[in-house]
Design a binder for this molecule. Sequence first.
Ligand SMILES: [Zn+2]
Length: 334
Amino acid sequence: MMNENRPSPITSTVDFQAEGKAHGFLKLPYSHDESAWSNIMIPITVVKNGEGPTALLTGANHGDEYEGPVALHRLAQELEPTHITGTVIIVPAMNYPAFKAGTRTSPIDKGNMNRLFPGRPDGSVTEKIADYFQRFLLPLADYVVDIHAGGKTLDFVPFAAAHILRNKEQQGRCHAAMEAFGAPYSMVLLEMDAVGMYDTAAEEMGKVFVSTELGGGGSSTARSNAIAWRGVRNILVHAGILLDEMDGHDSIRLDMPDAACFITSESNGLFEICVDLGEAVEEGQLIARIHDAERTGTAPTEYRAKRSGILAARHFPGQIKIGDSLAVIAEIVE
Ligand SMILES: [Zn+2]
């Protein structure tokens, strides 16, 4: 690895080996017009009690996804060393500049955190954060949970996800953790485009990795926040870190086996969704219409299901463009 021995510009104000609970920052030097010799201050909490497994919990890998930050700020506030055996590292907003701006990617360098791993210590701001996770935080962890949602442009049925991995022993540990999370749905994914993902970085180090899609639309709901909170606690119990009862919930297993699951918009216009998230759909069923909103009297374009299943994801904004992901239909695994 080219960057193996290069220092990161990021320093932590908290000590990962210290017993107890500490709130602090990952400090990333960032000199700009409004403030010379300034730093980006990424909030972090470490809770440690003795020897035991380490969990690394993150939200806002994409800056407009809110269940992670909500659950993790609450956890950082409430979790005490006496509740645990081991270590919990909490970073509520991984791409902190993006989170502050309420955007998917960073306003500083347009970096999409989940496409830039392993990052670079001498790269852009987003690459520097990725590099710090790659070389300094992931190696500390046994369990890694990254809480996503759909952001401003997508909405999902709430699911926890794990990947199909070559190492079946590791895959078994990941799938067990996904089930422990206890989201209403669980999704096993074969990642087609795994390069640059945080998921891949964690999995290649042999970690137990779980991600989620818990909602979307650029905010969170009482329901999606409760799912995230329960899931994070359940994973910590499952890992043997949090000394508490599992809040077990049945989870419906979903699969997205082929390209027929994905419907892409081929037009611009006013988006009329005809099925709501979680509803059953039959092959050929009308899923959405797109109206040409620039004139009246034009027939809308119709989009029909290419397979049967449930509506697992949908385009969220009221208008849609050609190329946008319009809907995803997932299969229920019996
Ligand atoms: Zn995301």
